[in-house]
Write a protein that binds this ligand. Structure first.
Ligand code: UDP
Length: 338
């Protein structure tokens, strides 16, 4: 039986295709390549280019392949963009998920793993936030994901489908084997932006707000290495296959770093003292978001291997350098050909 990975050409999804291929699972990827790259998909996987919201295409995929589980990464992920363009988020993250879930139920798919987000907590009343912390998202991104969690909860109660929703905290870093990483040039995430600034792709970077009620005034996040996040997905798949009950898990390490600490680490690891300027707060940013991360260890036996900011930053930087080399090489080739 096969596993359908939506968004498998994207940052996190592409890591999942490599991990599944290493386990010799049959992998079908559905990705519209809007932000993903075909080269990022594991060579052993079958890539189908199309939309998760295309019900006819989904019916065709489920009719052609014997899909046991869906791992649903496809979606939009930029919090400030969700504030400016909420309907894009409700379409890509909520409406399209509904279409996918409906097709999966119709086809009798057994298991569903969903990429949810810590943004469902909004500004948690206490930190770290555990899975029982009331959900109260403060931006359309968080709301668009939470609605999909609710759909899954209701659907799993009504149909023979079990699911795990993984609430990602701040995912960063790249594949230690150098096969894939965060490759979207327009990425807005902190570690990626800092690495681009190290390499001179940006003249400077900004800290969005240093007047938060945190020790150094900048926001605190729980940065999790993408490889540990992928391990959580594999553990979730094993759990569901063994008959585990539908559940929601936080994916984070249980401790956070401030924006300043992250930037200092990028400067230390790179040895480059790049310019950083203060800027106003960004819309939709909670001051502190840290995972209470016990439930996933207990229920899934998850054991993170990369809980180290220096290592996360080093792998992100190595990937950024790799991307730059590739671009330089292709520019050179283009020049030579011209
Ligand atoms: N941030 C920043 N400068 C940047 C990008 C991000 O100061 O160029 C801050 C952002 O305001 C937030 C934290 O870094 O407090 C993490 O933001 P990111 O976009 O990486 O992830 P999010 O927490 O929004 O999912």
């Amino acid at each position: 039986m096969a596993i359908l990975v939506t968004g498998g050409a994207g940052y996190i999804g592409s890591h999942m295709t490599h991990a599944l291929a290493e386990r010799e699972e049959e992998v079908i990827v559905l990705d519209n390549l809007s932000t993903g790259f075909d080269w990022a998909v594991a060579p052993a996987a079958t890539l189908l280019v199309g939309d998760v919201g295309d019900a006819d295409l989904l019916d065709m995929i489920f009719a052609t392949h014997d899909i046991e589980a869906v791992v649903h990464f496809a979606g939009s992920i930029v919090v400030p963009e969700s504030v400016e363009n909420p309907l894009k988020y409700y379409a890509n993250n909520t409406v399209n998920s509904r279409t996918l879930i409906a097709a999966a139920v119709k086809a009798g798919v057994k298991h569903f793993i969903f990429s949810s987000t810590a943004a469902v907590y909004g500004i948690p009343p206490h930190s770290p936030a555990d899975e029982e912390t009331p959900t109260a998202p403060i931006n359309p991104y968080g709301r668009s994901k939470l609605m999909t969690e609710w759909m899954l909860q209701d659907v799993a109660a009504a149909h023979p489908l079990s699911y795990v929703a993984l609430r990602y905290f701040n995912v960063a870093g790249a594949d230690p084997k150098g096969r894939t990483g965060q490759s979207t040039p327009a990425a807005t995430h902190l570690i990626k932006v800092a690495c681009q600034t190290v390499l001179g792709q940006r003249e400077k970077m900004f800290i969005f707000g240093d007047d938060y009620d945190t020790p150094d005034g900048t926001c605190i996040r729980d940065y999790i290495h993408v490889s540990d996040l992928i391990a959580a997905h594999l553990d979730a798949l094993d759990y569901l296959r063994k008959g585990g009950e539908s559940a929601v898990f936080n994916c984070g390490y249980g401790h956070g770093h401030s924006v300043r600490e992250v930037i200092d680490m990028v400067k230390k690891v790179s040895g480059v003292d790049f310019p950083v300027e203060m800027a106003p707060r960004r819309a939709g940013d909670p001051p502190e978001l840290v995972a209470a991360a016990e439930k996933i260890r207990t229920a899934l036996g998850w054991r993170p291997q990369f809980d180290n900011l220096e290592e996360i930053v080093a792998s992100a930087l190595a990937w950024e350098r790799h991307l730059q080399r590739r671009n330089l090489t292709s520019d050179k080739v283009a020049e030579e050909v011209a």
